[in-house]
Ligand binder design. Structure first.
Ligand code: COA
Length: 422
């Protein structure tokens, strides 16, 4: 049995934020029915393609374990099918531009009328306020949620991060909101609205920077490079690779000189002596100018410079092995190529190889959340409209005649032929 078995999700999501949420729910066992526009589908099916005429990796890596029905929800027949779907699902998830579902005729009030137990969950760019009507993509959210202003080096431009904290991050927040609402429904019997705004989600992930903004009012941020180099304004600055926690850290070079020949090292107070022994600088262990965390604070660049002289003599994995043995926290900078080949991630199902009828084998990131009693089996993403017939008859109980009349109304487009068993 899977944790969310019996939960049926009407998945009106597209691009990345919403699909991240519904993919997680599918991995936990929910039946996720992805509603897509006939002939078009989720726009990402055709974006950033690596192979001609097959669903992109963008799509296949965000829509595992789902079913796809094509439905034109602006067609009168399509609206009636959608009503039936609303009545037979537990959760509706959407991340359209603000107001799109209302324009289709499916306001929250209407959805409650149709199904008072429905949980109606949305990702939007912004919460209520001056920007609530704006469309938003990943990097817009990283910029408006405080991440970009605090990422990068002090003398460079603001930077966005490769981790999709705006899209996937907000999808994760939404998933938690949905399961919490499902839990409350057990007692209240009622559905509710769940909103995760991307600006809020990014700010939540960047909360340590709002912490630092407030600390700044009471003096300089001693762990930031600006402490040694001089110069804070009244805004929380970019800290380069400085650690956001209480212990100093930095990415230092290792042997090889390649773009990812670096390791991130942290200096906890007990680690200083060990580092200095490794670096051949034992005289700095007890030297009052270097021995204490306070003494080192205004010259952290020099401390990491000494450590780097040693790390440059070893490759990043050798450094990791040596430091781990003496309990010093560190992490090599791993490239996507290295991660894709990492056997331990394959063994835990964090990276999974999936077979697909038109693209063949591809790698995807599996469920990063492991439940001991609800293991995840990652299944390929659906072809456009692959389950239209199955959902119309098996889930919505339409008769053959009714299905024929729905088809003729143009509501579902061309019904896909079933895919041969794999
Ligand atoms: N049948 C008929 N119409 C459909 C449909 C279907 N099955 N599915 C979608 N549509 C329509 C919508 O109703 C909408 O029509 P309308 O504008 O006439 O109301 C239209 O398709 C386009 O939807 P929209 O969401 O506006 O797409 P977009 O490509 O213009 O914008 C985003 C994309 C991501 C910018 C926007 O959806 C958005 O801001 N979403 C919220 C924030 C978010 O999740 N962003 C991150 C995405 S990873």
């Amino acid at each position: 049995m899977k944790a969310l078995e019996g939960v049926r999700v009407l998945d009106f999501t597209h691009v990345q934020s919403g699909p991240t949420c519904t993919q997680l729910m599918a991995w936990f066992g929910a039946e996720v029915i992805k509603v897509e526009r006939p002939g078009v589908g989720d726009i990402t099916r055709g974006q950033l393609r690596d192979l001609p005429d097959v669903d992109s990796l963008y799509f296949t890596m965000l829509n595992a374990n789902k079913k796809s029905i094509t439905l034109d929800t602006k067609n009168e027949g399509g609206k009636r099918v959608l009503e039936r779907l609303v009545k037979s699902c537990d959760v509706l998830v959407e991340n359209f531009a603000p107001g799109a579902l209302d324009r289709m005729g499916f306001s929250w009030e209407r959805i409650q009328e149709l199904n008072p137990r429905m949980i109606y969950a949305s990702v939007k760019g912004f919460g209520p306020g001056p920007y609530e009507d704006c469309k938003v993509y990943e990097n817009v959210a990283q910029c408006t949620g405080g991440s970009a202003s605090t990422t990068g080096f002090e003398d460079g431009p603001p930077l966005v991060t490769g981790a999709q904290i705006g899209d996937s991050g907000t999808g994760l927040h939404l998933a938690l909101g949905i399961v919490t609402a499902l839990f409350q429904r057990e007692k209240s019997g009622r559905g509710q609205r769940v909103l995760a705004a991307m600006q809020d989600g990014v700010l939540n992930l960047a909360r340590v920077k709002l912490r630092d903004q407030q600390r700044l009012a009471h003096g300089p941020l001693k762990e930031y490079p600006q402490y040694a180099n001089g110069g804070f304004t009244d805004e929380c600055p970019r800290a380069g690779n400085a650690s956001g926690g209480g212990q100093p850290g930095w990415a230092v070079k290792t042997k090889g000189g390649g773009a990812n020949d670096y390791i991130y090292v942290i200096i906890q107070p007990p680690g200083w002596a060990e580092y200095m022994k490794l670096c051949g600088r034992a005289e700095l262990i007890d030297d009052p100018d270097w021995a204490t965390p306070e003494a080192r604070l205004h010259k952290l660049d020099k401390c990491f410079g000494i450590i780097e002289e040693w790390t440059k003599t070893k490759d990043k994995f050798e450094v990791m092995e040596i430091l781990n043995k003496i309990n010093i926290p560190c992490g090599p900078i791993l490239s996507m190529k290295e991660l894709a080949a990492e056997p331990s991630l394959r063994a835990t199902g964090t990276i999974v190889e999936v077979d697909h009828p038109t693209r063949g084998k591809y790698l995807t990131v599996g469920n990063p959340i492991k439940l001991s009693d609800s293991p995840t089996d990652v299944e390929r993403s659906p072809l456009l409209g692959e389950h239209t017939l199955e959902i119309l008859s098996g889930v919505l109980d339409y008769s053959e005649e009714e299905i024929e009349s729905i088809r003729q109304s143009g509501a579902v487009g061309k019904i896909a032929e079933p895919v041969a068993a794999e």
